[in-house]
Every structure is written in structure tokens, then in C-alpha cells.
Design a protein. Structure first.
Ligand code: ATP
Length: 514
């Protein structure tokens, strides 16, 4: 199946089974805003819990906060967002569609890369065992031509981004003959800067109202509370502050479901360190964050690091963790070395000292910061994408199953009486009433057992406990495992232990060795 079709199926599956709904649907929706349904909210909460616990339980020196969405507007002046949180936008005059100029070029570069790989694949098939890939890449005239073209565009692109040269960005689009995917034409407008922050008014007009912003990132709430936490928590450098919360960006192009939203959620951690130690801690968090992703078991090949072409105004090193979504490798998390930019700026704009007295060095300094920043919604999309699976069954039917890691699954087990009569429903209810204190459970007695299994597969429930006539005789039930569909018989008293071993967050956290 083409990846595009897979993505469409995932989007409709998310809606059909109560994971994600378009916002304000009865009013035809609101662009790039989504609501999480009864299943989605559970999965999202489990993702947040996995992140929060990995930060605050596994690191004695990382604590959490929850700062307000509204903040003093000068914060955004100090952080650079008022002046520089812009995206270069370009319109196609025929389709009237709006694009990010940088994204159009990036996608074009990715296509050239793909072309090269296809040529190599084709040749590998043609030459069989005698194929010398290295030599082919270095000498094949077609590959050399595409590579030269790619490298030239790439070099111009990086330069234009670094110099914020909008005319050159447009020229690259023209020279590379990039067309609008909708109209197929090259009839482009100029490239303009567009600020991504939402603003609103605070206070009534009679008092004089103030323009405030909906935060475009949660990080600034951490920076401005840095000394509050450090002093009240008696924190010693190095230490981190973690936060989960909503962020808002008026994204220009918002077409990829929950990948790019206008209201979304971030999980950010700012790690305060001694200046000069940034590369050590940058690498430390880089490895740790990758380990956190890979512990979910989707396979290491689904992830890669992507170092930034253009460093943000505050960063001296930056990398993304990308995940292979159905529409290619895309950023899920950013890891940035932010230097002392933010704290110094806040010191300058607020007139308050933002320094730390280091008792070991016996001096005060402005700490440097390593940031890890991951979007909850993108993480959610990566889990659903990797988990979505259509499997042929022996009876010729196909099942749709979400192979969500058991720890993250919205429902951990379903309790199913084989039939509604003979006292099986009552027995199943009794079991459910015992287990509901430990796990998110569902009770289902409607339709055939096969259909009920399919329903649980579709929401990713890792275990189904089936109560049958034998249960009444010897107190045993069957536990059916979602992925293998294998069943085993165990005594009712063993169910809790059996399932908690596989669904407990502890099991996952213990894999993160630090
Ligand atoms: P992009 O280049 O895709 O716009 P970014 O580099 O601007 O993303 P950051 O500012 O580094 O993103 O934000 C950190 C994380 O927040 C991202 O890795 C992503 O997971 C998440 N994020 C950012 N913008 C959005 C959005 N519009 N919708 C959903 N998640 C987002």
C-alpha cells in the first residue's frame, strides 16, 4: 500500500476509534486544531507520564514546574520571538495556496536524495552480486549530475537561511523549477516573513489593555522561574527543570494532521550547566533522549539524528530526533545547546540578576542551557503510525491492530464473557471489579467473541481476559495476547500479576539505564 494511503487510513482510524477528532467538527472544523477523544487522551496521558517519570524520577537533579500560558509580553521581546519568530512564506498565484519557502526547498532536496537512492537500487538489482556500490556512487554520470545539483541547491539554501535572504530563497525555488503540488505551476509570489505568535488583549479597555501573547514554546516559563526553583529547591548546577504544557503557533501550512498544529503540547526540559561544559551535556542528553524513544521497541531504524543547517539565534549546537512517519523522516524532538542567551536576555530586559553562585567554584555566573523539547502530539502520531498494522488472518479476513507498546496502551485489558448467559456475565463483572483498581479495563459482552477481539485490536488493547464455562468450574480464564493472538489459561488470581508485569511503566523506565 502506498504510504499516502496508509496515512489516510491512520487519520480515519484515529477518528473512528475515538483517538483524534477535528476540532469544532459540526462547524466544519478549525484549521490545524484537533481534539483528543476517549482513547486519544489515555494514550496522550501515558506518553506524558513516560516522559515526566523518565525526567523527574530517574534524575535526582531534574524537577518539574507548571507555569502559566500568559506571561509578561516583554518576555517575548527578550527571547527574540517578537522580532525573529518568523517563517518565510510564499504563495502560488494560481492555486492561491500558501507554503513555507524553506519547506518547499527542503522537500525538493529530499526528492533529489530519493532519486539517487533509486538509481543505486536499480543498479544493484541489475548487477547482482558483482555490484560495487561505492564505485557506482562515485562514477555513475547520472548520480554525479544529481548530486552536483543537490549540493549546489543545498549550499545556496543554507547561505540564504543564515543570511535571512528572502529574495534568494525565492530565486532557489525558481531555479530549481519547484512547482506547486496543487496547480503544478511556477507562478510564485515574493517571499515574506510571517510572525507565528498569536496575540490577544489582557485587561479591560477602561484600565488600558495590554497586548499579550499565547506562548509559542513552554521554555520561557522555565527560564523566568530559574532562580525561584534553584533557590527554593536548593538546586546545584547541573540541574534541570521540566515542564509539560500547551504552546501555540500560527503555522502557515497546516496540512499534516496532528504533525503541525496551531495549538499543541510540548514536553520541555532545560538543563542548567557550567559554561564550557555544553558539548559534554549536549551529547549526554542526545544519547539519553534517543534511548528513551528506542526503548518503545519500534526498531532503531525508524529514528535518526538530523543536525540543523541553520542554528536558531540562541543555539550553538542543535540536532533533531527524526522519526519515520508515513510521509518520511520528520522531526519529533529537538535538542539544543542554547548557551546563556535566554538568561542573559532576561537579565537585560528585567534588570534582575539571573546568575547562579557556584559554591564549588566560589563565583557567580550565568549558566548555559541544554534543552530537550518534544511535541506530545508528534510523539502521539509516531506511536500510532508505528503501531498501525493490517494483518491477514487464517480465515481470509483482515484485522486492523494497533501494536501500541503495552505500557502506553489506552486500555490495558478487556474482560469478555464468552456468552451472556449461564452466569458468565456476572463472573466477568466480578473479575472486572477486582482488576479495575490496577488497570484501565473495558468490559464487553456484545457480539461474537471474534468481533470483540477485533474491536480491542483496533484500539490497541494488549490483553483480553475471556471468561468461559470452565471459569465457573475451576476459576481459570484465558488471556489472549494482542500481537501473537495466542491464548493461555491462568487462574484468576494470577491475572493481575501476569498483566502488571507487562503494562507497568516501571518495566519501561528500567530499560533506561542511567
Ligand atoms: P518545525 O521545524 O517542524 O516547525 P520546530 O523546529 O519549529 O519544528 P521547535 O521549536 O524545536 O520545533 O519545537 C520543539 C518541538 O515541538 C518539535 O520537535 C515538535 O515536536 C513540536 N512542535 C513544534 N511545532 C509544532 C506544531 N506546530 N505542531 C505540533 N508540534 C509542534
Amino acid at each position: 500500500m502506498a504510504q499516502e494511503d496508509v496515512f489516510k487510513k491512520i487519520v480515519s482510524h484515529c477518528k473512528e476509534y475515538g483517538f483524534v477528532f477535528p476540532s469544532s467538527e459540526i462547524y466544519d472544523g478549525l484549521g490545524a486544531v484537533y481534539d483528543y477523544g476517549q482513547m486519544g487522551v489515555e494514550l496522550k496521558n501515558n506518553i506524558k507520564k513516560y516522559w515526566w517519570h523518565s525526567m523527574t524520577l530517574l534524575h535526582e537533579n531534574v524537577v518539574g514546574i507548571d507555569s502559566a500560558i500568559f506571561m509578561h509580553p516583554t518576555i517575548w521581546k527578550a527571547s527574540g520571538h517578537v522580532d525573529a519568530f518568523n517563517d518565510p512564506l510564499i504563495d502560488n498565484k494560481d492555486s492561491k495556496k500558501r507554503y513555507r519557502a524553506d519547506v518547499l526547498i527542503e522537500e525538493h532536496l529530499a526528492k533529489l536524495d530519493e532519486k539517487i537512492e533509486k538509481e543505486v537500487e536499480k543498479a544493484a538489482k541489475r548487477f547482482g552480486n558483482s555490484f560495487d556500490e561505492k564505485m557506482f556512487r562515485e562514477t555513475n554520470p547520472r548520480i554525479l549530475e544529481i548530486t552536483r545539483n543537490r549540493d549546489e541547491i543545498h549550499a545556496r539554501f543554507t547561505k540564504a537561511l543564515n543570511e535571512t535572504n528572502l529574495e534568494e530563497l525565492r530565486q532557489i525555488i525558481i531555479d530549481a523549477e519547484i512547482v506547486c503540488p496543487i496547480s503544478g505551476t511556477r507562478n510564485w509570489t515574493e517571499v515574506r516573513q510571517f510572525n507565528l505568535m498569536f496575540s490577544t488583549e489582557m485587561g479591560s479597555t477602561s484600565e488600558g489593555s495590554m497586548k499579550v501573547y499565547l506562548r509559542p514554546e513552554t521554555a520561557q516559563g522555565i527560564f523566568v522561574n530559574f532562580l525561584n526553583v534553584q533557590k527554593t529547591g536548593r538546586m546545584k548546577i547541573p540541574f534541570g527543570i521540566a515542564q509539560i504544557g500547551k504552546a501555540f503557533r500560527n503555522e502557515i501550512v497546516a496540512r499534516q494532521f496532528i504533525f503541525r498544529m496551531r495549538e499543541f503540547e510540548q514536553m520541555e526540559m532545560q538543563f542548567f550547566i557550567t559554561p564550557g561544559e555544553e558539548m559534554k551535556w549536549f551529547n549526554y542528553w542526545k544519547q539519553l533522549r534517543m534511548q528513551w524513544h528506542q526503548a518503545l521497541g519500534f526498531g532503531a531504524e525508524k529514528y535518526r539524528f538530523h543536525d540543523h543547517e541553520k542554528l536558531a539565534h540562541y543555539a550553538n549546537a542543535a540536532t533533531d530526533i527524526e522519526f519515520e512517519m508515513p510521509f518520511g523522516f520528520k522531526e519529533v524532538e529537538g535538542i539544543h545547546s542554547r548557551t546563556d542567551f535566554d538568561l542573559s536576555q532576561h537579565e537585560k530586559y528585567s534588570g534582575k540578576k539571573m546568575q547562579y553562585f557556584d559554591p564549588e567554584l566560589n563565583k557567580s555566573y550565568t549558566p548555559y542551557v541544554i534543552e530537550t523539547s518534544i511535541g506530545v502530539d508528534r510523539m502521539f502520531l509516531s506511536v500510532i503510525s508505528a503501531a498501525y498494522c493490517e494483518e491477514p488472518l487464517e480465515d481470509g479476513e483482515t484485522r486492523v491492530v494497533l501494536k501500541i507498546p503495552a505500557v502506553l496502551a489506552p486500555v490495558k485489558l478487556a474482560v469478555l464473557p464468552l456468552v451472556k448467559k449461564d452466569g458468565l456475565s456476572e463472573k466477568a463483572r466480578e473479575i472486572m471489579n477486582q482488576l479495575k483498581f490496577s488497570f484501565a479495563c473495558q468490559y464487553d459482552e456484545k457480539d461474537s467473541i471474534g468481533r470483540r477481539y477485533r474491536r480491542q485490536d483496533a484500539i490497541g488493547t494488549p490483553f483480553c481476559v475471556t471468561v468461559d464455562h470452565q471459569t465457573l468450574e475451576d476459576g481459570t480464564v484465558t488471556i489472549r495476547e494482542r500481537d501473537s493472538m495466542q491464548q493461555k489459561r491462568v487462574h484468576i488470581d494470577e491475572v493481575e500479576n501476569e498483566i502488571s508485569q507487562k503494562t507497568d511503566m516501571k518495566t519501561l523506565l528500567k530499560q533506561l539505564s542511567h
